[in-house]
Design a protein around this ligand. Structure first.
Ligand code: KE4
Length: 432
């Protein structure tokens, strides 16, 4: 792509959007604020490519933040949506389609014996935490700094003064009372988990964790971390919740829990299972899920939960992901990107880190080994911003933040990935 990338239509749309929508966007990260410059507005996307309203074509590594694992506008998913929409778009009574998606999820993820469909990842994690508190009769929940589980109040809480002290609000509008029941620990810090449970194990309803973190950039669980969470929660009667909104059906058909061999009590899903339409889900042990209304007293509801269009897209998605060789192909593509990025930073003598697993990775602009939030935030975000813009001008759309995940889809061809690696080298050379 030429260096003088046209942006006037995106700019005009952003100005108009800013009149009607807070920050001009319906989700903050789309504003590109953390990388500077105005956001791009999409016109259309197909396979690995996204075209913006100025006609610029990009190889897309945002992939709608994970759902587009098959690539954009996948014909099977479009056909499934088309077949369903002719029969209506929402009924407010149940459909057989919902049973099929619930059954597929239960068969794919062994720890899920029952599942409730909702409309977003936030709804899934919010409901799973309410269920854990209802099931255990306890109030405290534990999360990890740098993990993001959606925007429900209990999860918009940052660590208090000491790692083991109770949380403080991470957004206006979250009350100190709510925050006080959320404890933040450092990711990968087994000692802090053991100390907390030794001190307050009987008060803890649940631990919620991204089994592979994707919201501080990709951060992998170190040996023993997930097992420690499983052991401590089991020992103290707390529930272990895996937030697999990103990793579910991404790392393997059974998610990160299948990959690492750890069985949580509850799992939250989203993104991929909706095939690009709004679907979230939470599920797990039958004895726990039976507590959800109307079979039990823990209330949760949703007008569009199990929406037929979204469920049809999700069923088509899972059908495609069940085909032999899909995850080997995704791993190969992810490995091609990650090894290419590592080769480039090595050739240029740059001390940058690439965290990678399967078809996701993050290039961190730091020499630190990025293993948790504190090491991730040492990244040079100013340099990342200049890198992001340079890649955009070269025709590559990366997530507009150092602390996000690069997603590779089945639709990314070898030449797309190799071109992205070459562009990375050109842009980094220009920055140095
Ligand atoms: P949603 O409510 O956005 O569907 O899901 C919330 C959520 C829950 N759990 C995990 C692990 C997640 O990554 C997310 C949402 N991810 C962000 C991207 N890091 C969505 C992008 C956005 O906020 O616009």
């Amino acid at each position: 792509m030429s260096m003088a990338r046209k942006t006037d239509v995106s700019q005009r749309l952003f100005e108009e959007a800013s009149r009607y929508i807070p920050g001009g966007v319906n989700s903050p990260v789309r504003s590109f604020r953390s990388v500077g410059g105005g956001p791009v507005f999409a016109d259309r996307a197909e396979g690995a490519y996204l075209w913006d309203v100025d006609g610029n074509r990009y190889v897309d590594f945002i992939s709608s933040w994970g759902p587009m694992i098959l690539g954009h506008a996948n014909p099977e998913i479009l056909e499934a949506i088309g077949m369903t929409m002719g029969r209506g778009t929402s009924y407010g009574v149940s459909t057989e389609l919902e049973i099929r998606l619930a059954r597929e999820i239960c068969e794919a993820v062994p720890s899920i014996e029952m599942v409730r469909l909702v409309s977003s990842g936030t709804e899934a994690t919010m409901s799973a935490l309410r269920l854990a508190r209802g099931f255990t009769g306890r109030s405290k929940i534990v999360k990890f700094a740098g993990c993001y589980h959606g925007h429900s109040d209990a999860l918009l809480v940052k660590a208090g003064s000491g790692a083991l002290t109770l949380g403080v609000p991470d957004s206006p509008g979250v009350t100190p009372g709510t925050a006080a029941d959320t404890i933040n620990l450092p990711y990968n810090d087994v000692k802090s988990v053991r100390d907390l449970f030794a001190q307050s194990g009987s008060e803890i309803a649940a631990v919620i964790v991204e089994p592979v973190a994707g919201n501080m950039g990709v951060v992998l669980p170190e040996e023993g971390f997930l097992q420690c969470l499983r052991d401590e929660t089991s020992k103290h009667g707390a529930l272990l919740i895996f937030d697999e909104v990103i990793t579910g059906f991404r790392m393997s058909y059974g998610g990160a829990q299948e990959y690492y061999g750890i069985t949580p009590d509850l799992t939250c899903l989203g993104k991929i299972i909706g095939g690009g339409l709004p679907v979230g889900a939470y599920g797990g042990r039958r004895d726990v899920m039976q507590q959800v209304s109307p079979s039990g007293p823990v209330y949760q509801a949703g007008t569009l939960s199990g929406n037929p269009l979204a469920v049809s897209a999700g069923l088509a998605m899972l059908r495609a992901l069940r085909r032999p060789g899909v995850y080997d192909e995704l791993r190969k593509k992810g490995e091609l990107l990650a090894s290419g990025l590592r080769r480039v930073v090595d050739e240029l003598g740059l001390p940058f880190a690439v965290n990678h697993i399967g078809s996701v990775c993050t290039l961190f602009f730091t020499s630190e080994r990025v293993r948790d939030f504190d090491t991730a935030v040492k990244s040079n975000t100013k340099l990342f911003s200049r890198f992001f813009t340079g890649m955009l001008d070269e025709g590559f759309l990366l997530p507009p933040s150092q602390f996000e995940t690069w997603f590779v889809s089945l639709a990314h061809k070898q030449e797309d990935i190799e071109a992205a690696v070459q562009a990375t080298k050109r842009v980094l050379q220009r920055l140095n």
